[in-house]
Design a protein around this ligand. Structure first.
Ligand SMILES: *Cc1c(COP(=O)(O)O)cnc(C)c1O
Length: 391
């Protein structure tokens, strides 16, 4: 019997916390402290400890975090910042909003993270920074990216929006949490992220005291003291309600991450038995790469399909998505188009096939349900549906 499966059901992991959150919110109402304040301070302390950085600064969203990071580094018109094309829009729009030029790099076909060799090719005398994205919860190749950054004197800003708690294996063989590797780490607490709030939220991490101070100035219109403006900042503050929700959820993050890891492993096993029954399916369905010694936090579990029976990959993918949709199995496409193909970036004059891996992955990728509370029965239903489509 196949059951319907939502792509994402946020109510499941929140259910046991609902009561505490409501009580806490009511205390915030009574406190009268609504912007920043002690809840946000507590969140910043927890996040810095969790990531292993000296400083953490909460802000209004992941998009604002990226913008503020680049502002703190004084990225401006004439500067180039290398970003993956296969990411959420905000990674690149932060660069463009400051008048600088996003330079799009391709991704690796197995990890779907930015390809360091393509980054190396795209460095010019104008390159000031690169923004590796730890896509879907997998750390980018930070060893190689750090080498390139050091060689050319480029700053690394990490986009950690999808990867809180993920770890990369570093040169010394030790693991390091993402957000503590580059000069600045940018986090998002949007509800669909692994640590999601009940609205918008974000954060920045750094070990650099000067940058941390600059970031806190930027977050509050550059004021120091009040109504005396040292620099042109923005309003990037987080409110106490979001701080409270995140503080209540934070102690459960590692447990939810382990659940995501188990779900991913379960998908691998279910697909393996489906491949045994139908060996041709192995040729047309590419599973995500398993984690090595790095720690993956599985914000998404995305498969890629290949062209089959003379049908283009995009047609196969879109038909699979509708087929599953008809069975009430939710899937999503992250992302249907590389940023270099987006209308708003046409002024940069990329041809679609200039970034061939991004081009093909965006046309063949499909994200399956993965969230704390997803049941084995639901996972079986997802894989059975896919097997039936290819059967
Ligand atoms: C979600 C996300 C962002 C933006 O975060 P918001 O909090 O939604 O502004 C930035 N980069 C990536 C990779 C994301 O997934």
């Amino acid at each position: 019997m196949s059951v319907s499966v939502p792509f994402l059901d946020l109510s499941r992991h929140v259910a046991p916390l609902k009561h505490g959150i409501k009580e806490g919110l009511s205390a915030v109402v009574d406190s009268g402290a609504f912007v920043l304040g002690p809840e946000v301070g507590r969140l910043e302390k927890t996040l810095a400890e969790y990531c292993g950085t000296k400083f953490a600064l909460a802000c209004a969203s992941g998009s604002e975090a990226l913008l503020m990071a680049l502002m703190a580094l004084d990225i401006k018109a004439g500067d180039e910042v290398i970003v993956p094309s296969f990411t959420f829009f905000a990674t690149a729009s932060a660069v463009a909003r400051l008048g600088a030029t996003p330079v799009f790099a391709d991704i690796c076909p197995d990890t779907l993270n930015i390809d360091p060799e393509d980054v190396a090719k795209k460095v010019t005398s104008r390159t000031r920074a690169m923004i590796p994205v730890h896509l879907f919860g997998r750390a980018a190749d930070m060893i190689r990216l750090q080498e390139i950054a050091e060689e050319h004197g480029i700053v690394i800003v990490e986009d950690v929006a999808q990867a809180i708690g993920a770890e990369a294996v570093m040169k010394d063989g030790q693991n390091r949490r993402v957000g503590a590797i580059g000069t600045i780490g940018c986090f998002s607490f949007y509800p669909t992220k692994n640590l999601g709030t009940m609205g918008d939220g974000g954060a920045l991490t750094t070990d650099d005291e000067v940058l941390a101070h600059r970031l806190s100035l930027i977050r509050g219109h550059g004021m120091e003291p009040r109504y005396y403006h040292k620099l042109i900042g923005i309003n990037g503050r987080l409110d106490a309600f979001q701080g409270l929700v995140l503080n209540q959820k934070f102690p459960f993050l590692d447990m939810w991450t382990e659940e995501r890891q188990k779900i991913a492993e379960q998908y691998m096993m279910l697909f393996e038995s489906a491949f045994e029954k139908n060996p041709e399916m192995r040729e047309v369905v590419q599973l995500p790469l398993r984690a090595g010694n790095d720690r993956m936090v599985w914000n998404q579990f995305s498969i890629c399909v290949k062209e089959a029976e003379g049908k283009e990959e995009k047609k196969v993918r879109d038909e699979l998505k509708s087929f599953l949709g008809a069975k009430k199995i939710g899937t999503e496409i992250y992302y249907p188009l590389g940023l270099h193909e987006q209308e708003c970036f046409q002024y940069l004059n990329y041809a679609p096939i200039d970034l061939p891996v991004t081009y093909h992955v965006s046309r063949s990728i499909l994200a399956l349900p993965i969230f704390p509370g997803l049941t084995c029965e639901e996972q079986e239903s997802v894989v059975e549906g896919i097997a039936e489509f290819f059967g």
